[in-house]
Design a binder for this molecule. Structure first.
Ligand code: KG4
Ligand code: ZN
Length: 335
């Protein structure tokens, strides 16, 4: 079964062809050049750029998969969560193709795509924990099976990616800034500045990054002439990675699940990858870090999620765009 996936939930236009969990093609066109000047994604501009590029991205995905349109058995498309204007572009393209080819049109949750992305190239047994850390989301999920998820932890305010991007903006490092902070932090002192590690009262699993952002702002204002940007980056990054690793370690202990996957754009962070590797060596267990192309927004994860649901005869979502679409109920009493 060949599935074409289409993903346009935010600012990446992507199309991919998969057979099973094997990826035949995965074409992604980033819009960083469009949004960099604004320091964040501008929804109207994102939708327009998707419209300009979707047709050629789909054609490239079909061609580089070495198949014809007639070989497709289904079209899977991200239905949300995301920017509605952006989602609608992908959905219209997917619907047009599905009607023309007379194949099913399958709606897919963007978050389900991310939490199943560790299964793209690697074997990992269920249940596993999946830390999803991107610009749009920061949450830890217990993945009991395809279609069976519980939210173990989530952020109360900013996502980890947003925290990196806002810090980079304050430091004048451009947008998106996570990669720049990662690069500058290499070799610098991660204990140079004591940034706070926030705890949320009555929920010791929750993430909170807004106080960290304020702490950085205060630090920059009170030390205008003396800051060492590399040390600031390393210390700020360490505070984020500490929070992420703390919740992962505690969830692994409390739930007795020895498998952890990390997905989303922030999983490209070299310090997070090193700390997760160390933690799993200490703890024992399996760590899955999907290839970077499957961590950032991509259509392969959408097609694979649709495929895995189809294999288990699970129902698909209707192809209706929605801005908010929670993936899983909150796990209670994680003591
Ligand atoms: O998953 P993604 O490509 O898009 C969203 O769905 O948001 O994630 C983008 C986020 C941005 O906030 C970016 O700064 C962050 O991932 N990011 C990083 C690194 N590479 C990308 N953050 C920290 N370190 C990196 N190396
Ligand atoms: Zn995403």
């Amino acid at each position: 079964m060949n599935i074409l996936g289409i993903e346009t939930s935010c600012d990446d236009t992507s199309a991919s062809v998969v057979v099973g969990t094997r990826v035949l093609s995965n074409v992604v066109s980033s819009q960083d050049d469009v949004h960099a000047a604004y320091g964040g994604v501008v929804p109207e501009l994102a939708a327009r750029r998707h419209l300009e590029s979707i047709q050629s991205i789909v054609t490239r995905a079909i061609e580089s998969a070495g198949i014809d349109y007639g070989d497709l058995d289904a079209v899977a498309v991200t239905r949300g969560p995301g920017l509605v204007g952006s989602l609608l572009v992908g959905m219209a393209a997917a619907e047009g193709l599905a009607v023309r080819l007379d194949v099913p049109l399958l709606g897919v949750s963007h978050l389900e795509g991310h939490v199943l992305s560790p299964l793209i190239e690697t074997r990992i047994e269920f249940p596993f924990l999946c830390l999803l850390v991107s610009g749009g989301h920061t949450a830890l999920y217990l993945v009991r099976d395809v279609g069976d998820y519980l939210e173990v932890a989530a952020t109360r305010d900013d996502s980890a990616g947003e925290a990196f991007d806002k810090a980079a903006k304050m430091l004048g490092l451009g947008y998106p800034g996570g990669r720049a902070i990662d690069r500058l932090a290499k070799g610098a002192r991660s204990d140079a500045i004591a940034f706070p590690r926030a705890r949320v009262r009555r929920d010791d699993m929750a993430f909170s990054f807004s106080g960290l952002k304020t702490a950085l702002w205060d630090y920059l204002r009170s030390h205008p002439a003396t800051i060492d940007v590399e040390d600031v980056c390393a210390s700020f990054q360490e505070a984020i990675v500490d929070a992420l690793m703390d919740r992962c370690a505690r969830a692994m202990d409390r739930l007795d699940v020895p498998r952890l996957a990390i997905a989303g754009g922030v999983s490209a962070n070299s310090r997070l990858r090193a700390r997760a590797t160390e933690m799993l060596e200490r703890h024992g267990g399996q760590l899955v870090l999907p290839a970077p192309a499957f961590c950032t927004d991509n259509a392969a994860m959408i097609a694979v999620a649709a495929m895995l649901r189809a294999e288990r005869a699970l129902p698909h979502d209707p192809p209706v765009a929605v801005a908010r679409l929670p993936l899983a109920p909150r796990m209670t009493a994680l003591a």
